[in-house]
Design a protein around this ligand. Structure first.
Ligand SMILES: Cc1cc2nc3c(=O)[nH]c(=O)nc-3n(C[C@H](O)[C@H](O)[C@H](O)COP(=O)(O)OP(=O)(O)OC[C@H]3O[C@@H](n4cnc5c(N)ncnc54)[C@H](O)[C@@H]3O)c2cc1C
Length: 458
């Protein structure tokens, strides 16, 4: 990067907020997915004005800028594949206000998801989207990826909770979309366009979120199965029975073993699969809901069914679920976490296909799913240093995507296209839809400087 550009960046954000040392460039060269690419500088703005000036400079100098939150993305979204500047928003991390009367909060993009949960709880409120990475991921990253999580089965994903945004466009102009009202049909829905745009259209600098009253009570169930197929058929049966749990998560035997080996909370490592089911709402209705779920489970055939009896047990079950991806990393050197969604009735078929694919390529694939949403996260466990395993892993991914699309599903449910699914976009979108997508990108970013090389090739 040219010297005068660096000096200008230092002038905009302060020298302490510009990093160019080798070790910093390395640290910001990857996210939680596979690809790596070093930036030329990492910059930490603290105000919208600084972001705006930086973007104007980047446009003038035609320097790529890659917005970044906590770097937990699973599709290479914050990897600076064309070099340039990583714009890390973690220092814009103030909760600007919680308006309990209007059930809204206003935050900067670097606020960590769980911090917002903690801040709203004393008001008897919560922000439903709860990615398993919620202890570290930022709301800016959640908005950019339209993140989901276990609770999204009942409550909906990030896009259902974003009322308004402040966004810095690639040329430095600042716009506001939406507002803090729950109904708003003024013009095109620009808020929805930015949600899920993976940092390719603008840099989100302020977010207005909708909050919900905390449910009065909840029940958490652990259901064990002797076959993975029975577990996935149970999910479809619960949905078909019109029951809407607040979470309906699935793990297969491989992942039960990985989780238990890590957290040691007493999960039975010989169970073929488990469902972690939670219902919430007014206390009076919950026991009936639990009974309905038990009935459906027993009709399919379960090995064991139980309701957690203490807060500690509930915490332990969720700890096992939320840490299982990291725990799988202890099992094989490389973990690729995939993300496809199928119509919910197709869950058993998709699970069967994943098992077949794993057997065919002789590579273990753990089946993890936000099962209630039909959103599967096959965890492919291999060794990237072995060229043959790497080749097979690539084939596995392709077969998983084809299977999901054959079942009328989608290439990604919540992790985005980013870099890792760029080549597969034409499998799902037809040429006209891809051209419209390109046109939207060109409209916002004619010089292709904001997170270039993501979602759709220009
Ligand atoms: C263990 C683990 C569990 C996970 N569980 C879930 C889950 O349950 N559900 C789920 O949906 N995801 C999950 N994820 C994926 C990831 O945590 C989410 O995609 C999250 O939203 C990323 O947030 P981040 O702050 O880490 O963003 P980053 O990874 O830093 O960035 C993600 C994308 O957002 C863009 N971006 C970041 N900030 C901004 C901004 N202010 N303005 C514009 N663009 C921006 C980046 O350019 C990039 O394209 C998981 C990841 C891990 C590692």
């Amino acid at each position: 990067m040219k010297d005068y550009v660096l000096r200008h960046l230092e002038e905009i954000v302060g020298p302490q907020n510009v990093r160019t040392r080798d070790e910093d460039l390395f640290l910001y060269s990857y996210d939680a997915s596979f690809p790596e690419h070093r930036p030329e500088a990492v910059v930490f703005p603290q105000t919208t004005e600084a972001v705006s000036r930086l973007m104007a400079l980047a446009t003038e100098e035609r320097i790529p800028v890659v917005p970044r939150g906590a770097g937990t993305g699973l599709s290479g979204g914050s990897v600076p594949v064309q070099g340039g500047i990583v714009l890390c928003l973690t220092k814009m991390n103030r909760i600007l206000g919680i308006d309990a009367g209007n059930l809204v909060a206003e935050v900067e993009p670097g606020v960590v998801n769980q911090r917002l949960q903690a801040a709203t709880a004393p008001y008897g409120l919560f922000y439903p989207p709860d990615p398993a990475s919620m202890k570290v991921c930022t709301l800016g990253g959640n908005v950019a990826e339209d993140a989901g999580g276990p609770k999204c089965f009942k409550y909906g994903v990030t896009k259902n909770y974003i009322l308004g945004l402040e966004v810095v466009l690639p040329d430095g102009r600042v716009i506001e979309t939406g507002g803090n009202v729950v109904k708003n049909t003024t013009g095109y829905d620009l808020t929805r366009l930015f949600v899920g745009s993976e940092g390719t259209l603008g840099v989100v600098t302020r977010i207005t979120v909708r909050l919900m009253p905390l449910p009065q009570s909840k029940r958490t169930m652990l259901v064990l199965f002797d076959s993975l197929d029975a577990a996935s058929r149970t999910v479809s049966a619960i949905i078909a029975a019109g029951i809407v749990p607040s979470a309906l998560e699935m793990m297969d035997n491989l992942l039960i073993r990985c989780a238990e080996d890590f957290v040691r909370v007493g999960l039975p490592t010989d169970a073929a699969a488990l469902l972690l089911i939670e219902v919430d709402g007014a206390d009076a209705g919950l026991d009936a809901e639990v009974a309905s779920i038990e009935k459906v489970c027993r009709q399919i055939g379960v090995r064991e069914w139980k309701v957690a009896t203490s807060a500690k047990e509930v915490d332990q079950l969720w700890l096992a679920r939320r840490t299982v991806i990291g725990a799988a990393g202890r099992f094989r050197p490389t973990v690729v976490l995939q993300d496809v969604t199928v119509p919910r009735a197709a869950l058993p078929a998709m699970v069967a296909r994943i098992v077949e694919i794993s057997n065919k390529y002789e590579i273990p694939i753990g089946v993890l799913a936000h099962a209630g949403d039909g959103n599967l996260h096959p965890l492919i466990l291999f060794d990237e240093r072995n060229p043959d395993e790497l080749r097979r892993e690539h084939e596995i991914e392709k077969e998983i995507f084809s299977a999901a699309l054959e079942l009328k599903g989608t290439l990604t449910g919540e992790h985005g296209v980013g870099l890792t699914k760029l080549e597969y976009l034409p499998w799902q979108l037809n040429p006209a839809a891809i051209e419209i997508t390109r046109g939207i990108k060109r409209l916002f970013d004619p010089h292709n400087i904001l997170n270039p090389g993501k979602i759709v090739a220009q």
